[in-house]
Structure formats: structure tokens, C-alpha cells
Design a protein around this ligand. Sequence first.
Ligand SMILES: *Cc1c(COP(=O)(O)O)cnc(C)c1O
Length: 399
Amino acid sequence: MSLANGRHYLAIPGPSVMPDRVLQAMHQPAPNIYTGALVEMVATLIPDLKAIAGTRHRAAIYIANGHGIWEAAIANTLKRGDKALVLATGRFGIGWGEMATAMGIETHVLDFGLHSTLDLTQVAAALRADKTHEIKAVTTVHVDTSTSFRNDIKALRETIDAVGHPALLMVDCIASLGCEEFQMDAWGVDVMIAASQKGLMTPPGIGFVFYNDKAEKARETLGQISKYWDWTVRGNPQEFYEYFCGTAPTHHLFALREALNMLVHEEGLDSAYRRHKILANAVWAALDAWGQEGSIRMNVTDAALRSHAVTSVKIDAPLGTTLRDYLTKNLGVTLGIGLGMAPGGSPEWHGYFRIGHMGHVNAHMVLGTLACIDAGLKALKIPHGNGALEAATRVISEA
Ligand SMILES: *Cc1c(COP(=O)(O)O)cnc(C)c1O
């Protein structure tokens, strides 16, 4: 019996749930893009974005998804033939490196696989071996959305400094920004990138590059770069159209303003980080309980290395797909697919799912999702341990 009618809930790790207030903020006629309210409003976005990033340096906004922002960051820092050290703890770390390779960057990839965080000893060795400092940038992800590892960026910077290597540190925070603390300046990050559709609760389509003085200097040595991607004017616009190198993404900006009102000015960042942490703990408590019997396992064993925004789960194939399909068809909840965990089209591909718990999520949404997974496991007779909902509600009630 399908019980899916009612508001469908998308529990995938992006696009995340768009708050009604954000959707309503977009429902207005086209604004004047030359003068007036829109122009004034966009100036107010920058300080809020910088507050979330933990930077006093510059921010550039692009009309692009995360892949576009990957390219924007590379375009402003590296030129054809430059070397970059790519640190990967999942599909997204690899993806950024592939983007750089396609732009003519010589990438050296340290792939730590799908079951490990960064190994800083290996990073130090790779940088130490680069005696002539040919590596111009180190790229990595804060949270890799495929594996749900959260990497220690502060420790990575300390490693780079300990070796005395001058490479730029460039970090992808697309999955984590707004969900967990990030301190770009304090942690010594030179370039940080984010996008609208995850913790920032805004439709996909705009993204951000934050960059410090050292990154700006690197940009200056490049010579000619694509005018559209160049952050020089976007990050310091004299005219309104220069923010976007053309027409502003008007309605995305209305949406973002409302999302930032909610996140920065109403809830406050510290509260939002705490909310994500508690909800993540509820998800993990349920998964721990289910995992007492049967094949359900969180991909990240050590809770201290887990993202607070997304949890990646392994289950015997094909039960990941069976469970996801059941929940969508019968219970009105869609879980995330496993991404980059097994080759597409292989039988193993069906042995994963992910739970997104990023952005506009509260206790009832998370507990509802967990209860539906529990019902799905029972309905499908998938072996699992008991007490998951007890464990999850205990986390919530004790918070
Ligand atoms: C979602 C995501 C991306 C890719 O973003 P798209 O908008 O799909 O291009 C890149 N990196 C991370 C960490 C992500 O979570």
C-alpha cells in the first residue's frame, strides 16, 4: 500500500530542502537590474557569505553549479602546465582534480580511497619531495559528499606549513558550508569554494569563490585568463553588472538573501552547526542500532571523521536500491544514491545509500526519515538490529 501522498521529502545530499520562505522570496516580478532595491540587496549578501566562510578577504559570486565553481577556482590560480597536488577522500576530491586536468593542469593525485580521511604523512612526503616548489596548489574537499568523510583542514594547513611549502591551499566546502564550522582565515585556507544548493538552502545555480591576498597575487601572475571566470572584477565590482559579468541571477539572489536571513540572522551560525551535529548524531545512533544485525554499515567508522551534513551507508547489494525505491514509492521519502562507491551498472552499485541531513532540516524531518527507513527494512524483511528509533529519539530528547 502506498502511503506516499502528502509532501514528498527529498533526503538526498543536495539539492537540499528549499524552505518555503526561500521559494516565496523568488515569487516576484523581474526587478530593475540597474538601480534600486536589488542592487542594494546584493551588497548585503557579501558580508553574510564572508561570515559563514570565516574570512575577511574577498568573495566572488558565479552563475554556476559546483562544477563551474571548481573551474572558476582553477582558472584564477593555475595556468596550463602548472602542477597541483590533488587530495581525494571520495568522488568529489577526484572530480575537482579531473576538472583541473581538463584545463591543462598537471595533477598529482593522492587518492586515499573511499574508507579513509587524508593521510597527512603522505601529504607531507609529497610536498617535501617537491624541492623546487613546482606544485602551485593543493586541492581538497572539506566534506566529501560521496564518502561522507570530513577532512581536518586546519591540520592540513599545519602540515603544509611544517614542510615549508608555498602552495596555495584550495578547499571545496560545497557540502559543508552552513552545516558545520569552517574558518577560512584562521585555518589558513587561500581559496574556498561553495555552492548554493546544499547547506545554503537555495536552488542550484549560483556558487562562490572566496580568496585571500595570496590567491589574488597568484591570479596576477597568470597573465590572460577567461574574462568570464576572472574574479578580479567580480570580487571588486565598480558597477552592478560586474558582480556577474552580465545580467544578475535575480531570483537566485532573492532566494539567497532569504536563506541567509534565516541562517545567519535568525538562527545564527553556532545554533545551525549545533542543530546539524545533533541531527547527525540521531542518524548515526539509528544506523548503529540497525547495524547490530544484518549488513548495514556507515562508511565512516570513526564518528569524529563523519560529516554532519550527509551520511554514506553500505548495505548488501541490491538492498540499497530496493530500500530507496520502496521509500520513494510507498513512504514519500527519497534517499540519496551511493555516489562513486562502485562502478555504475555493476551489481555492487546497488549496495549503498546516503542520507542527506543538510540545510533546512529539523528533528521531525530526520526522525521521519529514520522511521521510514525502519519501516522499509521491516516491510522488505531486510535483516537489521532493533532499537534504532529508540536510539535516535534518545539523542534528540537529550539534546
Ligand atoms: C555537490 C558537490 C559538488 C558538485 O556540485 P554540482 O553543483 O553538482 O556541480 C562538488 N563538491 C562537493 C563536495 C559537493 O558536495
